[in-house]
Design a protein around this ligand. Sequence first.
Ligand SMILES: [Ca+2]
Ligand SMILES: [Ca+2]
Ligand SMILES: [Ca+2]
Length: 620
Amino acid sequence: MMLSFCVAMASVITTDTLLDEIMQLNQRPWSQLLLQGRHDFISAESTSHDRSDKPFANEDWGKFIRVEGKEKVMADLKGPGAVTRIWSANPTGTIRFYFDGNTKPYIKASMKELLTGKHPFFPSPWAYVAARGCNLYASFPYRKSLKITVEDDEGKSETEKLYYLVNYRTYSPQTEVRTWQPTLLPRDFETTPSTQTKEIRKRLFIQSGESARIDLNTHGFITEFSVNPLLSTSAELRTVILDGKLSRNSSIRSPLTSIFLQDVEAKLVETIFLKTWKLKLPMPFEPKGSLIFKNIGKKPVVFEVKLNWIPRDPKEPFLPLNISWRSYTGSTRPMIDMNVLDVKGSGVYVGTALHIANENKAWWGEGDEKVYVDGEQTPSWFGTGTEDYFGYAWSSNEEFNHPFHAQPYSDKPSNRGHSSMVRWHATDRIPFKKSIKFDLEKWHWAETNCRFDLTAFWYGTATNPQPKVDEKQVPFDRIEMAKKDPNMIEGEDMKLIRATGGETHIQTQFEEPSGGAQFWWIKSKVGDTLELEFISPKMGTFTLEGSFCFAPDYGIHEVYLDGAKILNQDFFGTDVTWKRIPLGQHMLTKGKNRLKIVCTGTNPLAKPGNMFGLDGISIQ
Ligand SMILES: [Ca+2]
Ligand SMILES: [Ca+2]
Ligand SMILES: [Ca+2]
């Protein structure tokens, strides 16, 4: 397999050789390929980003290369090349792939089916929805050209709002590329490393202000760098900074937790290059290589480091792995370009990790990635939003793990709090010969404080100095999430017994109510009833207080407790607020009690909806 793979790569690029690049990711040939710097292509993206000259322009939807009749051109690419990834927040209409100048599309499909794993040729795990983002990771090579268009469904105009990213490679002209052919995509691309590894295992106990080191005295590749936190929490390990130098002209400098996406708390990570506390990007090393762990915290830390490695022929050329970390904290105004990486030199960019600590519930991630390769004036990568870059959409705080991207941690119910995410660039990696500058716009809807910790992973060597970790920027206080009133029986925890009309939901996008959530009943008609069951922890007579939502589209309702009316209230309000309403003294049984809500009318000033929102009932 190794032999045929290398031969194939040297001669001709096909659908199958591109597939092999993914299938072999964990194995030595791919690492070798990467490490030897064979990147005979440039990497770029064609996207729906706002084309206006205004800095931080954010109408990043519905922009196309041009319009041809009913078809809007998303990408018009000159070969030899290959599309390596397509993403959209809202795929719609019919997508067509025109290869090599043909006037008939070779692929014509529902864009939504193609990007969500519903198309028979592109099943999961090659196409899927991740936290509302639609991703297709199949590769489409083309010899001469590839044009991708989208056409609205009859009578619709949804492409006007389409967000899309098309990532592609362009090979040097002499490269032989065979145009895409349908191929059977495997159901699973986790492959086990074929090589036996040696192991270095060390338990590190590091006093406050002290360092511990692991020295490497031969030539090899670390195939897996893993940390066992033992009994240490993420908050304790956050104070450990790794300063590694595995070979000349390379550096690995980051808080330990940022490399592993464990900045906030222990979380499952399941991606191709990163598992929970296991980094699987191959790390070549030379004699005198070292990993130095410094504890800048006030307390001692203890954890275990394990390095699995294989020997390397010292005469073989290689590209060293570099990891760098930059943190942007403080106000979200003015908007700026945050620099993720700035390298003069050559290499290949392979990944970005981000930890967010957002003090406001508003969305922090409208900012686009802008990647300037080899001194470009206009970035060849110009994206549409931060979560789009990370392969999800609509500011979702849903957690997910996929081979090439993950959001293993995200606080809820709003966008306030912490999130961690990563994107690996495998087939969509970014080679550079002279320089790379990777910027990410800081674009937050609110003027507030927000921390962006950005970790860049790349192979190669820099001739300009790379930043050291600024120790002052490393520690952070965890943002406290929506508090729960300890006396509250939460509406969102109550059991729905019956609703004679309308719809019921649990609403979570708020800060004010206890636990950040409420039980929500909407679209009821006068006379409709809702019955909820709640559990009282004890029996007795209690003073009850309800926390209810008041808003412009809320109705007039009566509330009954175990059959007795306790409230008749107009919940109309000009703003959205929660108010505490005394409900009097009542007897509760231990265990199940029943609330009944009856819709009795609508305030003439209210908007339609007859809504009802119960944050909870406090019992004293
Ligand atoms: Ca933009
Ligand atoms: Ca944007
Ligand atoms: Ca609540």
